[in-house]
Design a protein around this ligand. Sequence first.
Ligand code: B12
Length: 595
Amino acid sequence: MDKTIDRARVLPEGELPDSAALLDEGRKAAKTHGLGPSAFHDHYGVESEADYKRRCGAEGRVMMHAQIGFRDPAKSRRAYGEIWERLDKAGYRVDRYGICLDWSMGYPAAMRAEMPRGTGLIFEGPEDLAAMTAAAPAAPHFGDFVIGTPAAFENTVATLAAGSTSIGNLGQYFTFRQPHWDDDVAVTAESLKAMALAASQPVEVLIHSNIDDGFASMFSDLACSLGAVLIEKHIVETLVGGRVGHCFGNTFSKPLKRFAFQRALSLVTDTPGTLIAGATTMYGSDHALNAAALSNYVRLDALAQRLRPTGQAIQPIPLTEAERIPDIDEIVEVHLIANRTIELEAPFEAMHNTTEADAMATRIVEGGRRFARAVLDGLAEGGIDTNDPMELMLAIRRTGSKRLEELFGPGEEMPGRLRGRKPVETSTSIEEMEETGEGRVANLDPVLRETIRVAGLRGCVATTDVHEYGKILVETVLGRLGVEIVDGGVSIDPNDLAETVAREGADFIALSSYNGVALDFLRDLEDQMRARGIDLPVFIGGKLNRIPDGSNTSLPVDIGGELAEAGAVVCRNIDDIFGGLGDIAATKSGEARPS
Ligand code: B12
């Protein structure tokens, strides 16, 4: 493996847009694009959510976050008012709403109608957002598909006008890609302008980053995740002049590590964090087991905030998490459970000892500092100007989490191990995925296993969106079965996938899809393959649903039947691929054998 960063390869374009000019443009725009009225600020008599967070921390109040974002703006508005009111009546409070915009809202307004739609909110104009945020005195947090997308600047203007003082998501900048959009320089330019606009408001606006949406979900070492926080602070606070509020939690499924990470974060930043995301990867199909996971992390996150207030609100995740986006009743229910759990836990402090967690936090911080330093030094040695935010952001985004960790991870080098290193403090998700894959293959019928192994198959594995764990699982399984893997990419477009298959050759495609776009993607892929004279089996798994056009609930429905009709092999479970692979293997071996 090449052990260096080379500017010519990472930033091959001769000239990049000037960072200083972009930041200046964003700062000037603050004169005309300001903060709109806010029911939340008025109700609590604060200037910004950061102010409110500091006040809650001083009072020992644990804040609560609810995630909403229905496709239909009227339903989103209703949810904003109704969830707050129902919890208020029960004696509880929603402090903030995370509003999940739709995938298609990440494009410039003129392109949106033509682009693939996901499962989030689609608004027509800024007035839709303002009407929604006026529906209850909860802080509006725009953490999805704003900063980090081609529409970063225009969406930041709209979210500020809707009274939001917490706007993101820098984490998404590094990992999310809008389908059919290849211009990452434009995404970087729009994001820089957006961050400068937010940073130049007369009140404090937090630039939010969910590190799990960013690189943390793919790092194998928690020290690298903490290092990512330090690098983002360098970008936002040193180079742009704003404040970055961090979020973590989706993939932090082990209680001690989750708790220790919160304490590690408190040692490296005093900017209030935005939220601790609920541990979504702990959720599966069994609601009873999900309820146990819920009470586990809610207690822990509340304790963490009571002991060391870092500004993050707690996000209880509805029990239906693994099925689809949740409906209003499910959000209210889970908040009632969470509030009551926290109430029952008091007094927290008397029952806990933090010695072990603090030792872990110290290791994570020390490793994180080494990682951040090594990344910045390594990029500088490769010719990247690490004090130029355009160059730095692009270089990090293009290098990606895996290679950054391989090159600069703080863990001792250990060939053969994931990322070639022994982590300072192992993160869990990716290793769990590999272990699951290995377990599935070990249980497979030996005859079928051998049939597949001897056939010398090649499989092209890809995802339609950022969700990559399914792909890792499939690759682990195929690798153990002796199938050669062609990497079809992550967040790939159908034409590019068909092109890869045409170029590299494959016996089948294994596709993972989660964002509600599977059906359109598959149909397009089939067309693209036909145009190239290719006819291959396509196995598809993940979250196979979509919101029907004209839906009056804004909730997705299953599309397994339609996918099968369109020619795919629908896999609800990883085991569903084995029979089909056996058939392909038998045919291939039969063809290869002289009769
Ligand atoms: C982890 C996760 C994330 C991580 C992904 C990290 C990463 N790098 O992979 C992060 C935090 C980044 C993320 C982001 C988002 N997420 Co998400 N995420 C999840 C979560 C918690 C787990 C999904 C997962 O990877 N599971 C592990 C896999 C291996 O298991 P599995 O899904 O059960 O799959 C089984 C089978 O389907 C099969 N399988 C999967 N793929 C394939 C392929 C083949 C060929 C085969 C044979 C089998 C197979 O293998 C598995 C075992 O049997 C789910 C909720 C949940 N608990 O399921 C939401 C979920 C998928 N996410 C969702 C959403 C909405 C998003 C976002 C749009 C939200 C946002 N913040 O903006 C973004 C995506 C943006 C984008 N650009 O794409 C929704 C999808 C809604 C829907 N379709 O109804 C879900 C369901 C959560 C929810 N209830 O709202 N997410």
